[in-house]
Design a protein. Structure first.
Length: 220
């Protein structure tokens, strides 16, 4: 029998797979707390079998060999949904912060963001809607990952809440919206009401008054 120190858990193995470096390892004690899993049993097929697989419990004797690929797929779905809940806890936020500080999620491609680090996020909390997006805390825009290896990660595995929690939890550089490219002709700034005038400045502006917030909330 091999030494227990050499044993790799399902969670460690999953997070070490190619294209899975956006994930952090969820603490087993978080998964073992049934309160943290509320509502997931109705979403994930083979829920109990998938949970046992994630926690490295011995499978039940009546599990069919033909069901093993389905259970593995369900375990990946279940882990992703648990992951989205874990990363908004203090422990999970700290784990994601380590990756963020190392720039493991990439940098904003926008020139005036000066290489601002990105955060993985989802536009939906339900799985199967859209793949993961990357959020820039500087320009507040979303981008696709620059590598195809991340395009199979469901955005729900990071969810809509994480980025906001992260910005409140950690003291990041304040968004710098002053630097905007200005279109000029022979050195003169083009009027913004012109047909060729720039639109990016007001598109990136954040609402400031109550009326602007109401108008912003009505935008789909």
């Amino acid at each position: 029998m091999s030494d227990t120190s050499e044993y790799e858990t399902w969670i460690s193995n999953f997070c070490s797979l190619y294209g899975h470096d956006y994930y952090v390892e969820v603490a087993p004690e978080f998964i073992e707390d049934e309160f943290n899993l509320t509502g997931l049993s109705s979403i994930v097929p083979f829920y109990r079998e998938a949970l046992d697989l994630i926690l490295d419990f011995e499978p039940e004797a009546n599990v069919k060999i033909s069901d093993l690929p389905l259970i593995q797929h369900s375990a990946e779905l279940l882990y992703g949904l648990i992951h989205s809940r874990y990363i908004i806890t203090k422990q999970g936020l700290n784990a994601m912060s380590e990756k963020y500080q190392k720039g493991q999620f990439g940098q904003c491609p926008r020139y005036y963001c000066n290489g601002c680090k990105l955060l993985p996020t989802g536009r939906y909390d339900s799985p199967g809607m859209e793949t993961v997006r990357l959020f820039c805390p500087n320009c507040f825009d979303l981008y696709l990952p620059n590598s195809s290896r991340y395009l199979n990660i469901d955005g729900a595995f990071f969810g809509t809440t994480f980025s906001g929690f992260f910005l409140k939890m950690f003291d990041l550089d304040k968004p710098n919206l002053k630097k905007q490219f200005e279109l000029k002709i022979f050195g003169f700034k083009v009027n913004e009401v012109s047909n060729v005038g720039q639109r990016m400045k007001w598109l990136r502006s954040l609402p400031k008054t109550e009326e602007e917030f109401k108008e912003y909330e009505q935008i789909d």
